[in-house]
Design a protein around this ligand. Structure first.
Ligand code: ZN
Length: 144
């Protein structure tokens, strides 16, 4: 039997309502979407909140050594705690894709490189601005 309870939002505890609101805000927020379980880099965690935005996909075979791929993982999103996140563009080297982002706060410009390779977890690094391809700066819409 498949029953679905209708929840009357009016009668719920405030902390639960806040949690639902926060979850929806994070799902809709601008961010960097990655297929990997989590973020371990403390510097990244200083600038971004990690939100798990989708269920797991990938290999779940317990007999598998995952030699040619990474095991199943959910999809996460890095949401800036402060400032605005700008997608700068991407370049390809065969199967390897590198995406660049710029996090602009009032005090600093932080550059991020996302490395995507089929069947392996996405990687994300804070990089020096010199690593970002020059043509991406020329394409930015800068006003004022
Ligand atoms: Zn496997």
């Amino acid at each position: 039997m498949n029953t679905r309870t209708t929840i009357n939002f009016e009668q719920l505890p405030q902390d639960f309502k806040d949690r639902v609101t926060r979850a929806i805000e994070r799902l809709n927020a601008n961010g960097i979407i990655l297929w990997r379980p989590w973020i371990e880099d403390d510097e990244l965690l200083k600038y971004f909140t990690v939100s798990v935005v989708d269920g797991s996909i990938g290999c779940t075979n317990e007999q598998c050594n995952h030699n040619s791929h990474d095991p199943a993982s959910p999809t996460i999103k890095l949401i800036p705690k402060d400032g605005s996140l700008v997608y700068m563009g991407e370049v390809f080297h065969g199967d390897l894709r590198r995406e660049y982002y710029l996090l602009l706060t009032e005090k600093e410009a932080i550059y991020l490189e996302v490395v995507k390779e089929p069947n392996y977890y996405d990687k994300v690094f804070i990089v020096d601005g010199e690593k970002v391809p020059d043509f991406m700066f020329a394409q930015l819409d800068v006003v004022g």
